[in-house]
Design a protein around this ligand. Structure first.
Ligand code: GCU
Length: 688
């Protein structure tokens, strides 16, 4: 037994009314045998079938003739039985990762066929079938065709070698034990299984911060940023075993690298991207990496941001910087992910990324992907979507979400991100006329969606049993952003907690309502944000309220609240295409939930229902706490229906969440009152 949770891969015994049919179709399995991925498939069946069906699987190297029915997993090229049972052309038309699940009649036997054009697709197809059985769906008449929406579905680890901290990670230290490599841990494989089961096909193993930034306020914790060392030859060699663990599950490996690696690793005296020696160094380093890891995914770079070096150090721009490294990866089909999370001279940071990158559209090399956070600030509970989406048609773009809850309760609060991601995906950018939602972008071969990871060494993986849902939901939503929040959530709950309908309904409701509650108590709503503690201690950072620290982000003054980001203000709103820009530009048409992100308004400004801004903020803060209490009580109704270990863990976290929500409410309400002088008409906010 491992000392960590199985998450959604528990494979609890299937429902009694399905068991016969599942056994008939899946107890015997004929699986192709030729690649690491297919050996992973067999291992998964060995784990799942006994647990789901209460029977050992019979694994075959040829189609069984007397079983009465069986499961067949392979490409049409691998197995004649598969080629005979499905349309080979249809299989060939699927993109990488796509698969078919079909229930077919073959030589008098009823069979389930899992097939795909690539072995990675067979891994996904197998997990899909096991998911169907885990949630109790019928499989005797399957006609499933699945393809991933985006070619690249990546997890960015912010894990810091070698001292194993995880920046913004709340599930304990890093699962990656770099000092012990090449020794492998079983946990690596179990993590790869979790990722592959939801369709993730790439992992960046280390933090984007690869070097201690030279900022004076940096705390001791920053001393640990030495991830640049991973490019040293002996480190690369030690990594190859870990890479093959992921490879078995169709997952490619990437590394975050330091822009100044030619100096730090290579001992050169410059990292100028236009310097011949520097370019030669990157080329040789890339050759070395691909010699060891032929299917290596590529590099991720955070440059000229928060103390990390970059092309500006040499008076070069982002194109010069990115293209120099991309050129080294290009002969190997490697990709460079280049982050757009930058600061600059603007007082309003929101305008910076667009201002810096949009003019560079069309100049990046073909194997560069510019990686953009979902919003213009930094993973706040609610932000408008980034103006870069749809604004760089000649550039491959990646969308970056945060799975870990840096600003949403840090793995202590139950805050489900899927409803937020859905809001982002559905947002119509009008980039290509009406009907260009965010989810329709990132469809190129070099594009995709990236999530900042959330796992660590804890038994729960994510610091909170319910927050495993964010990792699950990320993978599933990125596989298919059209799948509804309800569907993904229910799938997760059933696989994680079983089929007791009261549990399914209650946990789904808690998750569904948790995000809005968090927005209310952490911000007061109306588009305010960034009012958290930003102190020196990295570990305590961004959890507690501290609205006075950086007033520029929320614009609280005596005369009003909010930030003017219209064309008369910082100029962020006009970066959108019309009619989006027009909608945000005017107080009348700006949606209420983002009103104070775009406008600085008097405290007594009346909203559409006649409530003043000040009063609405108070009301939302109180509503957020009441909602959190309601969610805690809902969880309380599950005592005895969920195993004691998970029940108690979540119940205790909920108590802390309610206390913390109250702290946020009281701090922000007092702060708003102190500056506005407007009393709460319901008398809840102390006015002395
Ligand atoms: C935020 C976060 C940092 C992180 C940075 C980034 O600022 O707080 O910890 O390094 O984003 O995305 O690079």
């Amino acid at each position: 037994m491992n000392d960590y949770d199985d998450c959604w891969l528990r494979y609890d015994r299937a429902d009694a009314d399905r068991l016969d049919s599942y056994r008939r179709l899946c107890r015997h399995a004929y699986v192709a045998e030729k690649s690491p991925e297919l050996s992973a498939v067999r291992d998964e069946l060995r784990r799942a079938i006994p647990s789901l069906l209460g029977d050992d699987p019979h694994l075959w190297q040829h189609p069984p003739s007397t079983a009465g029915g069986f499961l067949a997993i392979g490409t049409p090229d691998d197995m004649r039985m598969v080629a005979d049972s499905v349309s080979v052309d249809e299989v060939g038309s699927l993109t990488d990762g796509g698969f078919l699940l079909r229930t077919v009649e073959w030589e008098g036997q009823r069979c389930v066929v899992v097939t795909a054009p690539t072995d990675r697709g067979l891994v996904y197809g197998t997990f899909h079938l096991l998911r169907l059985m885990s949630v109790g769906d019928p499989i005797d008449d399957l006609d499933v065709r699945e393809e991933p929406a985006y070619a690249n579905r990546l997890i960015d680890h912010w894990d810091t070698p070698f001292h194993r901290s995880v920046e913004r990670g709340y599930g304990g230290e890093s699962i990656f034990d770099w000092e012990r490599l090449p020794d492998l841990r079983e946990r690596y494989e179990d993590y790869a299984r979790l990722l592959a089961s939801v369709g993730i096909n790439g992992v960046v193993l280390n933090n984007v911060n690869t070097e201690k930034p030279p900022r004076p306020s940096a705390s001791e914790a920053f001393d640990a940023f030495e991830g640049w060392q991973l490019l040293e030859s002996q480190r690369l060699e030690a990594m190859t075993g870990l890479v093959s663990v992921f490879r078995r599950y169709g997952i490619r490996t990437y590394l975050s690298v330091n822009f100044a690696s030619p100096m730090l690793v290579g001992g050169l005296d410059t990292a100028d991207p236009l310097d011949d020696e520097v370019r030669e160094w990157w080329r040789r380093k890339a050759d070395e990496v691909y010699d060891l890891i032929p299917d290596f995914g590529g590099f991720l770079v955070k440059a000229d941001s928060e103390g990390q070096p970059g092309p500006y150090d040499y008076d070069r721009d982002h194109v010069d910087g990115a293209n120099a490294i991309a050129a080294a990866l290009e002969p190997h089909d490697g990709r460079l992910w280049w982050r757009a999370f930058v600061y600059g001279s603007h007082e309003d940071r929101a305008v910076q990324a667009y201002d810096t990158f949009e003019p560079l559209d069309g100049e990046f090399a073909d194997n560069v992907t510019v990686q953009v956070k979902n919003g213009p600030i930094d993973f706040q509970p609610r932000e408008p979507v980034s103006t870069l989406f749809g604004a760089m048609p000649e550039t491959d773009l990646g969308l970056e979400f945060q799975i870990t809850g840096e600003y949403t309760g840090q793995g202590v609060h139950a805050t489900y991100h899927l409803p937020m991601w859905e809001e982002v995906f559905e947002f119509d950018t009008h980039a290509d006329g009406a009907g260009t939602p965010v989810k329709s972008l990132f469809r190129g071969d070099g594009e995709g969606v990236v999530g900042v990871g959330s796992v660590g060494e804890d038994h729960t993986w994510t610091g909170h049993y319910l927050m495993q849902s964010n990792l699950y939901a990320f993978g599933r939503a990125v596989w298919n952003p059209d799948r509804s929040v309800e569907k993904i959530t229910e799938e997760w709950v059933r696989q994680t907690f079983g089929s007791d309908e009261a549990v399914v309904d209650t946990v789904s409701e808690i998750l569904r309502d948790s995000w809005e509650a968090c927005i209310d108590y952490e911000t007061g709503g109306l588009g305010l944000m960034h009012m958290m503690y930003n102190g020196e201690a990295l570990l305590e950072n961004h959890y507690d309220p501290s609205p006075g620290e950086w007033p520029g982000y929320h614009g609280v003054t005596e005369d009003g609240v909010g930030v003017d980001r219209t064309s008369a203000g910082s100029g962020y709103a006009p970066q959108y295409r019309d009619p989006v820009a027009e909608r945000y530009e005017s107080v009348e048409t700006c949606p209420e939930e983002l009103l104070l992100f775009f406008h600085h308004l008097p405290w007594e400004h009346e909203l559409s229902d006649g409530t003043t801004v000040a009063q609405r903020l108070y009301d939302n803060l109180f509503a957020g706490v009441e909602e959190t209490e309601r969610l805690r009580d809902l969880w309380g109704t599950l005592e005895g229906r969920v195993d004691e270990r998970r029940y108690r863990h979540v119940a205790e976290r909920f108590d802390e969440q309610v206390a913390q929500a109250e702290r946020w409410r009281d701090t922000l309400a007092a702060y708003f009152y102190e500056h506005s002088g407007v009393p709460d008409e319901r008398g809840r906010v102390p006015s002395e």
